[in-house]
Design a protein. Structure first.
Length: 750
């Protein structure tokens, strides 16, 4: 039997089955014809599960399409030199039975078509080659026949099976790869060298505890996926009309969001008419609100069968999550070059109600366009809360129309500005702020995606920018403070960055600011309350705690009058704080310190808690111990991807004494990106990805369903899709490292 032919812009959908290489869904439905025959591989986790690994393991060749290909041609017609590369990925191995391998050859876009050709190489493993059966073998020399042309920019994948022993070392790789093309009878043949991209260890040796990846690469992994009989959704007809979207009145928001995305279906998608779908025939995509107590408030169901897609959920939020799952299914399928999405039904719901991300725009400013892109990424991965850290010592980013000097002076820093240069900014003017109209745009954009925005106005500490911008209002000292000169220095090195809690002007300032905040933001308001330097108000710690408790109560009362709940960092909720956790606008504490005992004490006392421990969820922490890394390391020596993924919040809190009755007080978790060392959008992408995907799975999935090896498998298609279709520019530059098997860390730019 000849190797299965495959042409197109992505990896072939050929996977392992019991005795063949074929793709099977979770219900065991054969999705593609078998390739090859002979002895198969057994697994305790099920052979159909092992087969699914091919989707991701073949990522390597996809990514390398975006990199220059340098190949030397030679032979009878040396002027016909072209560009070829090859990648290799082991997709199954057992020491006693051997290895199953994908060997893919890709052609550069500037290359001519190559017809009537074969791939040849020398290989120590030739002596145990079992598939393909029509391979030509002489000693260590192997030729794999191919008859279909290899078009410019195209790829052919060979599915190969070898006997024991399995591949283990670099010396097991094929060498001296070259293409031989038969010319006309009188002209002989042309030979072209092929560069083999050296695979990483993870592409050759499959770890003993590796689990086969799921049937598709959705993040977070859905709770339940069941294969259905019959055809799924054929992508060859494209996704624009004749696709027809139907929706209930309350589902129109989700339908409109999906419709806008489908209208911009990425260029390069195939738009032929598939068999069985007549020209002009419509294919339905419906969004419906249903009663389903099992799905709860944010759950959803996606059903794909017979060229129709149905999304159902109890709430509009659930419908949006269903749209996000469908968008990933279709996007990854396109990125992998698949012609259809298998028939299946997905049922899913989240673990935590608060799944958040915080961005600090005080230390470095980020454009509205970037904020909107960030909201898109959050929507895709079902993160539903954006914590917008709008003010800090280094910059005030929120326009307050009644106090224009806040942004006229407090939003800028540099030589000659009221705020000195900070964090590599140099002497030039740097900064920016968000106007009311821009904030309304962002709030509406988030609402359409089911995302709540929590604005943070950080008081009474971290107010250096505000005090420097409004010295006539905030620069006064009391007699008590005059006795404490010089003012204490904050953790970040600022002197005089704390509001005077006993001055009447402080409360005029807070009322003016918060009045405009609640006009623009419909949800909770975060008031900071962290890192107040000891001695800012009094020489006596007890007196300072009383003063802080009074300010906290004032803030909660003011916000409650406006129908808003108060959120704050854990320092706001000390034992002496007169906070009522059972008010209609329930306050919430954000537990961020490495000592996670505060979260236990607070939840046991009835206070709602959002978990964001720095040593697990601060994404400004360096990702490795490499000298070239940029980031902080005060909370942990490094925060690599697996450490984020392995974070299991509830079990840790239980060990520290969390009562079972207090579990309901753990609202969820949140990753925080502070930006002292994040000075550009590209750097933000670098620190967010791929760790943000791990955060999404931890926040959404029950711990018993999280499998690290499965998650690693999903990273490749996800990041490749993002880099091509979702404007994730950092991964456009570095996805080649993913192709070499480095799924866990991508190095910073040089």
């Amino acid at each position: 039997m000849s190797p299965s032919p495959y042409r197109g812009p992505a990896a072939p959908p050929c996977l392992l089955s019991k005795t063949h290489f074929a793709h099977r869904d979770r219900a065991g439905v054969d999705m593609h014809s078998a390739v090859g025959s002979g002895a198969g591989f057994t697994s305790t986790t099920g052979l159909d599960a092992r087969s699914r690994s091919l989707y991701l393991t073949m990522l390597s060749w996809i990514l390398f399409r975006f990199f220059p290909i340098f190949i030397i041609g030679f032979g009878d017609q040396a002027d016909r030199t072209t560009k070829f590369r090859a990648t290799l990925q082991v997709i199954a191995d057992e020491d006693s039975k051997g290895s199953a391998i994908i060997l893919s050859v890709s052609s550069g876009w500037s290359a001519p078509a190559v017809a009537n050709w074969q791939l040849c190489f020398t290989w120590l493993k030739a002596v145990v080659l079992r598939q393909p059966q029509d391979a030509l073998v002489s000693g260590s020399y192997v030729c794999l026949p191919r008859h279909e042309p290899l078009e410019p920019g195209g790829v052919h994948a060979f599915v190969i099976e070898i006997g024991a022993p399995a591949m283990r070392y670099v010396s097991d790789l094929p060498r001296a790869l070259h293409i031989v093309m038969k010319e006309a009878e009188a002209e002989g043949e042309a030979v072209f060298e092929v560069e083999l991209i050296t695979p990483g260890e993870g592409q050759v040796r499959l770890s003993a505890d590796a689990k086969s990846p799921p049937v598709f690469s959705v993040v977070p992994q859905p709770q339940s996926v069941t294969g259905l009989p019959g055809p799924g959704f054929d992508l060859r007809a494209g996704l624009q009309p004749p696709l027809k979207i139907q929706s209930d009145e309350e589902a129109r928001g989700a339908a409109a969001l999906l419709h806008r995305w489908l209208l911009n279906w990425p260029p390069g998608a195939p738009f032929g008419v598939p068999d069985g779908v007549a020209a002009g025939e419509t294919r339905d995509l419906s969004l419906t609100l249903i009663e389903d107590t099992e799905l709860e408030s944010e759950g959803y169901e996606v059903r794909i069968q017979n060229n129709a897609i149905a999304i159902a959920a109890p709430t509009p939020s659930g419908l949006l999550h269903g749209v996000a799952t469908l968008r990933q299914l279709l996007g990854v399928a396109l990125a992998e070059g698949l012609i259809s999405v298998p028939a299946q039904v997905i049922r899913d719901k989240p673990r935590f109600s608060h799944r958040g991300l915080m961005l600090d725009v005080g230390r470095h400013f980020f454009s509205v366009d970037f904020i909107l892109r960030l909201l898109d990424w959050m929507f895709l991965y079902k993160l539903n809360t954006f914590h917008w850290h709008l003010t800090d010592d280094e910059g005030w980013r929120f326009e307050v129309r009644s106090l224009p000097n806040l942004t006229l002076y407090g939003s800028w820093r540099g030589r000659g500005e009221v705020i000195e240069p900070q964090y590599g900014g140099g002497p030039h003017r740097y900064g920016g702020f968000y106007s009311h109209s821009q904030i309304r745009e962002v709030v509406q954009y988030a609402k359409e995606r089911g995302i709540t925005i929590i604005p943070e106005i950080d008081v009474p500490g971290h107010c250096y920018a505000a005090i420097k911008a409004l010295p006539e209002l905030l620069g006064h000292s009391t007699d008590r403070q005059n006795k404490l000169k010089p003012s204490p220095v904050s953790v970040q090195g600022f002197r005089g960055n704390v509001l005077n809690v006993v001055a009447a002007d402080t409360y005029k300032f807070l009322e003016a600011v918060l009045t405009e905040v609640v006009e623009l933001f419909p949800g909770p308001v975060h008031v900071g309350m962290d890192e107040i330097p000891r001695g800012a108000w009094s020489e006596h710690a007890e007196e300072e705690e009383e003063l802080k408790a009074g300010l906290t109560l004032w803030l909660q009362t003011f916000l409650a009058k406006h129908g808003r709940s108060m959120m704050a960092w854990e320092e706001a909720f000390t034992p002496g704080t007169a906070i009522d956790p059972d008010t209609e606008q329930r306050p919430a504490a954000f537990a961020w310190k490495e000592d996670e005992r505060f979260a236990v004490r607070a939840a046991n006392a009835g206070l709602d808690v959002v978990l964001c421990p720095a040593h697990f969820l601060y994404l400004d922490i360096v990702q490795s111990l490499s000298f070239e890394e940029r980031g902080l390391y005060w909370a942990a020596p490094a925060l690599p991807l697996q450490r984020v993924y392995d974070y299991e919040p509830v079990e840790r809190l239980r060990r520290l004494g969390l009562e079972e009755s207090a579990l309901k007080r753990i609202r969820g978790l949140q990753a925080n990106l502070w930006t002292e060392t994040v000075d550009s959008e590209k750097r933000a992408e670098e620190m967010l990805f791929p760790r943000l995907l791990a955060v999404a799975e931890v926040a959404w999935m029950e711990p018993e369903h999280r499998i690290w090896e499965n998650f690693k498998w999903k990273l490749g298609p996800q990041l490749q899709w993002l880099s091509r279709q979702e404007k994730l520019e950092h991964w456009n530059q570095f996805c080649g490292q993913v192709a070499r098997g480095d799924f866990l860390r991508v190095a910073p730019p040089i």
